[in-house]
Design a protein around this ligand. Structure first.
Ligand SMILES: NC(=O)c1ccc[n+]([C@@H]2O[C@H](COP(=O)([O-])OP(=O)(O)OC[C@H]3O[C@@H](n4cnc5c(N)ncnc54)[C@H](OP(=O)(O)O)[C@@H]3O)[C@@H](O)[C@H]2O)c1
Length: 323
């Protein structure tokens, strides 16, 4: 019997976008991509003795794994987190030969960042490797007691304040390596400065996160232009999809779907440790490193259309950072 073909049901646009997204990125950003590329990599020398690292968000997750590698290589690591007990438990789990110095600060609060800078200055530290790693994604809009949208404050303004504060106070060594831990989540977002700190209507957690992550990449390039010629290196990187506490909290469905292929913490931290060890030459001023390779900062047609410059971003952050 002849049958009339039923027309295929149109796949709705958001669903199509989601399916395309997962097909495109899962093989690369998951542990599959890590293992496929790992075959071609050498061992990281990881001789960090005599170095001082400052790792913000250094008591667990990707920052914790970077801190652990630095300590295994002999570094002194100043690890920043909000929870003193978590920092102590992490410290107790370490084998050395390097050491961990816990510092408690809440990087959603700029007053805490400034107090940390004062303490570091009083201690007379010289930072060789700065890992601007702290980053959060919030579904609901949360305004800090300082009146800032919390992911803007934590993910980008605190990084700006800490890094410029260290530079201004001469607390970075002349050969320092500064690494911004960004995210592939920035790829979908074009920089719109006025939307970076949205307090009120128009807030969308995933966009607030993506914008702050793009801002990190632009800021690393800005610092590279301003200070790079004098021996310092500034990089932005992204870790891929890593099975951390943050992912479980902020993206439970994503984690449930992909947990069997998410990266382990050390795999997410690999490019951070490799950059600090190798200090590779960066070809483009603005770039993002992923799995030990320099990658482009735009993969969609709409994002290069932004007219916001790196200098304007730095000015914008300086405006919010006055206090
Ligand atoms: N996981 C992923 O798949 C993924 C993908 C792309 C990019 N990233 C980026 O990687 C970075 C690290 O993420 P993660 O997944 O490793 O996070 P995580 O597992 O949640 O680790 C967070 C670390 O940051 C500290 N922290 C959190 N909020 C803080 C605050 N307000 N002030 C100071 N310290 C704070 C935590 O300690 P306390 O709780 O004690 O404060 C902890 O040490 C983030 O920038 C994130 O955007 C992650």
């Amino acid at each position: 019997m002849a049958t009339t073909p039923t027309p295929a049901k149109p796949v709705n646009a958001p669903l199509k976008k989601i399916i395309t997204f997962y097909f495109r990125f899962t093989p690369s950003y998951s542990a599959i991509g890590y293992w496929a590329r790992r075959i071609f990599w050498g061992r990281i020398k990881g001789q960090f003795s005599g170095q001082t690292w400052l790792v913000v968000g250094g008591s667990e997750g990707i920052g914790g794994a970077a801190a652990r590698s630095a300590i295994a290589g002999g570094a002194t690591v100043i690890a920043v987190g909000r929870d003193a007990a978590k920092l102590q438990a992490f410290q107790a789990s370490l084998q050395g030969p390097g050491t961990l110095k816990p510092e408690v600060a809440d990087f959603s609060l700029m007053a805490d960042v400034r107090k940390l800078l004062d303490r570091l200055q009083q201690q007379g530290v010289r930072i060789d490797v700065l890992i601007d790693n702290v980053g959060i994604q919030k579904r609901d809009q949360i305004i800090t007691k300082e009146g800032l949208e919390t992911s803007f404050a934590t993910n980008i303004l605190s990084h700006y304040l800490l890094t410029t504060g260290l530079l201004e106070r001469g607390l970075l060594s002349p050969q320092a390596t500064v690494i911004e831990v960004s995210s592939g989540g920035m790829y979908n977002h074009m920089m719109v400065l006025k939307d970076l700190n949205i307090t009120g209507e128009g807030y969308l957690g995933v966009r607030a996160y993506g914008l702050s992550k793009r801002a990190q990449v632009m800021l690393a390039a800005h610092w590279r232009e301003q200070h790079g010629g004098r021996g310092m290196e500034f990089y932005a990187m992204h870790p891929g999809w890593v099975d951390t506490a943050a992912v479980g909290r902020s993206m439970p469905r994503f984690r449930a779907m992909l947990k069997s292929v998410l990266r382990e913490h050390y795999q997410g931290a690999d490019t951070i440790v490799w950059l600090a060890d190798k200090r590779p030459k960066q070809k483009q001023v603005e770039a993002i490193w992923f799995d030990r390779k320099e990658r482009p900062v735009h993969i969609y047609e709409h994002t290069p259309k932004s007219t916001a410059t790196r200098g304007q971003l730095a000015e914008y952050l300086a405006g919010w950072g006055k206090g």
